[in-house]
Design a protein around this ligand. Structure first.
Ligand code: GDP
Ligand code: GDP
Length: 454
């Protein structure tokens, strides 16, 4: 079972688990086929971001942790959407706009073998207006003969073009050095707030009622106008005082902005959703009580769980639910949202205000769970009890045993089981269930890793 080992490599680095996710964000933009995803793969050193050969197919994952020369940042691949040639300029412009809102620095990729096109020039104008630092990559410079093509891109007025071959790796180190130089000391995007300010993302598919809920919450409570000491006045966020605490609602600009009905709008909505989740500590996932749950709802929930964020489920439009719908809805929630049986749920109506006051206590509970540290003694008392009462089944004459356990980190709680031999997935899930039964963790995912001592 080598997935255990892979996970554990990360868990070994206990510092990384406890560290706040305030890494600067770098977004990669550019026309289709200039080599963005090849470049992302090159930087990651592995083929994780899938290079799509089928036009129009979107990639699911968009952001990746990167470490270069001892600095960590998050790389966002905005290139998942391949526009048809028609409407290309609009698509690339929207992509660049999203990138600028979400990122501390932008990597603009141009195909040096093609040279600067009108679309590239339009994007450059937009990026320059934004004031965000930009690193210009002249890609597909596979050998020295291509250097002249790269130099021609000085004409874009973004300074030195970095000649790179994403395919072969040529020049990518110099480019990464330039990216580090371009990054601000402090990230504006994911910067930690002063103690007590918590970051929350309202997420869910279009029309579930996110902006109605935001309006209802902001309308009834005080919006923090003055700077809370040390907070950034990020225009895409809103600071709101609720239940005696300041909450940073991340990417409210994305919530309030109504979708342009362009191709790729769903892709960008998904991109923003994931970026908001990654910046938040707790995700409030809204679903529409009056509508059948869709795959899109499930995907948003999964995104929050995968990102390791605390989760609250808000079933909105409860004013539209009658008895019959209610019975059906309960079954749907139970069968569709199997990933989050532990998430606190509130049945609310952004329209009537019903039970909106239950939202903050639910977020608080989820965040408390997310930061829970279980004393080692209590943890190992449980492990001893499990080993005695429910030992691992014998497999091939061997019986793996849990020797002891430790909590390697919080946000979310992460445990390491030290064992003799690998545990079966079913047994690991059983241990996870017992951890939840014993310690709660309402509203938080937990991670259980295994280290086998042979
Ligand atoms: P994206 O649409 O911008 O993400 O572009 P892709 O990464 O999918 O690359 C588009 C095509 O260009 C693929 O066929 C790549 O193999 C090719 N490509 C990417 N980088 C290079 C490079 O540095 N040199 C050469 N020769 N081809 C490249
Ligand atoms: P968003 O796309 O998730 O931001 O959704 P909106 O807040 O724009 O809401 C979409 C539609 O649902 C609008 O017509 C809202 O008036 C309506 N809506 C939102 N919340 C409720 C609710 O609690 N009850 C009812 N009946 N309608 C709601």
């Amino acid at each position: 079972d080598d997935t255990d080992l892979a996970v554990l490599e990360g868990a070994d680095d206990a510092g990384a688990l406890d560290e706040d996710e305030a890494r600067p964000v770098v977004a990669v933009v550019g026309r289709p086929n200039v080599g963005k995803s090849t470049l992302v793969n090159r930087v990651l050193g592995r083929r994780e971001a899938v290079v799509q050969d089928v036009p129009g197919v979107t990639r699911d994952r968009v952001s990746y942790p990167v470490e270069w020369a001892g600095r960590r940042f998050t790389l966002v691949d905005t290139g998942g959407w391949d526009a048809k040639v028609q409407g290309l300029a609009a698509q690339v412009a929207e992509q660049a706009e999203v990138a600028v809102e979400l990122a501390d620095a932008v990597v603009l990729v141009v195909d040096a073998t093609v040279g600067a096109t009108a679309v590239d020039e339009a994007v450059v104008r937009m990026l320059r207006r934004s004031g965000r630092p930009v690193v210009l990559v002249a890609n597909k410079v596979d050998d020295a003969r291509g250097e002249a093509d790269a130099a021609a891109l000085w004409s874009l007025g973004l300074g030195e073009p970095y000649p790179v071959s994403a395919l072969h790796g040529r020049g990518s180190g110099d480019m990464l050095d330039a990216v580090l130089r371009a990054l601000p000391e402090q990230t504006a995007v994911g910067r930690p707030d002063p103690a007590g300010v918590r970051r929350v993302a309202l997420v869910g598919r279009p029309n579930v009622g996110k902006s109605s809920m935001l309006n209802a919450l902001v309308g009834s409570e005080r919006v923090v106008v003055d700077d809370v000491a040390g907070t950034t006045r990020d225009p895409v966020d809103e600071l709101v005082e609720l239940g005696g605490r300041t909450w940073r609602f991340v990417d409210t600009a994305g919530i309030r902005r109504k979708h342009r009905s362009s191709e790729g709008a769903d892709y960008y909505a998904g991109l923003r959703t994931q970026a908001a989740i990654e910046r938040a500590e707790v995700a409030v996932v809204l679903v529409d009580a009056a509508q059948v749950l869709t795959e899109q709802d499930v995907r948003v929930v999964q995104g929050a769980v995968d990102a390791g964020r605390a989760v609250v489920l808000a079933v909105n439009k409860w004013d539209l639910v009658d008895d019959e719908r209610r019975r059906y809805l309960e079954r749907e929630l139970e069968t569709e949202l199997v990933q989050v049986p532990w998430a606190p749920r509130v049945n609310v109506s952004a329209r009537t205000g019903r039970h909106l006051d239950r939202l903050v206590p639910a977020m608080e509970r989820a965040l408390t769970s997310w930061e829970t540290r279980v004393p080692t003694g209590r943890l190992n008392a449980l492990i001893a009890e499990i080993v005695a009462a429910h030992p691992h089944p014998v497999r091939g004459g061997k019986q793996p045993r849990i020797l002891y356990a430790t909590q390697a980190g919080v946000r979310p709680p992460t445990f390491v089981l030290f064992t003799t031999g690998f545990l079966e997935a079913g047994y690991r899930r059983f241990v996870e269930r017992r951890l939840r039964e014993t310690f709660g963790f309402e509203g938080s995912p937990i991670e259980v890793n295994v280290r086998a001592r042979e």
